[in-house]
Design a protein around this ligand. Sequence first.
Ligand code: ASP
Length: 342
Amino acid sequence: MIDRRNFLRTLSALGISLPVMGRGSMKPNPAARKNNPVILCSRGADWGGKVLKPGWDILAKKGSLLDAVEKSANVTELDPKDTSVGYGGLPNERGVVQLDASIMYGPTHNCGSVAALEGIKTPCSVARLVMERTDHIHIVGKGAQEFAIAHGFKVENLLTEESRKLWLQWKENLSDDDDWFPPKDGNYQMERTSGTINVLALDTNGDMAGITTTSGLSWKIPGRIGDSPIIGAGLYVDNEVGAVGATGRGEELLRSCGSFYGVEQMRVGKSPQEACEAVCQRIIDINGGKDKVDFDDKMVALNKDGEVGCASILGSKGNEPEVAYWSKNGFKVLKGTYLIKS
Ligand code: ASP
């Protein structure tokens, strides 16, 4: 009997590389139907174009599906102006930026993720290496950083001046009974903000992949992990059905297995739009109905036919959730639906 590790070693000694190393074997792709390729992200026109451009350029040239989702997700990770993802992300309660990211590859049903990763600007690229170069799926904290260093990533300060000031304002305004005083003109309430980005894609072969990457909930307890790095919560991809990504309150997406639930809704015949709405409804139901819900989650979905969907729990006219996507018909932004008027 030759075990998996020896098998991979033998292949590599012979100079043979599998398309994606790690767990999972390539399955025949059941359906490359229409509209492909398509790449989407959980943003509107403001970020959508610049995020999707590198990924679309790769897909349009029939390049690597994983490169496409990674290069697109890297755009927000590397941009300090986005305070919810990667470099410049808002920190935890101690002022330390801790990043979460996951990746999933449809053809092998393989995945990788990192969580509470400090000092590395592009956590989704580290998650990809976890998928491709290890026999594990999740690596967190110090171990994730050591793994990244082993692969040549540089440890850098991820806290920008803007994020540091926002954190300090939050800390100084937390309580009137502690030793931190806000400046005289700086006494405002700091909301907990969230953000995150999902990138999902379908290539010309009809194969699918996705990434979710985030700095998570701002001012979180150190070590807190949200839905983004958890396969089935912040991201799920099934090559026979479609892909779903989530943003928003991670704890709710974790206890509903939101992205997995969304893919399963498409499996039984729902459109991506209906699947996104079904996840939001499920979260509302778990919480005991619309009156009990004061947080938001947003779902985006892409199916094998290249159809796109988007829904959130909260929203209002003019403030609908959005998904940006790029296909043969060019760059578009779809306004989704919301279930509760905020
Ligand atoms: N879902 C992310 C988390 O809970 C945050 C967000 O999407 O806004 O960490």
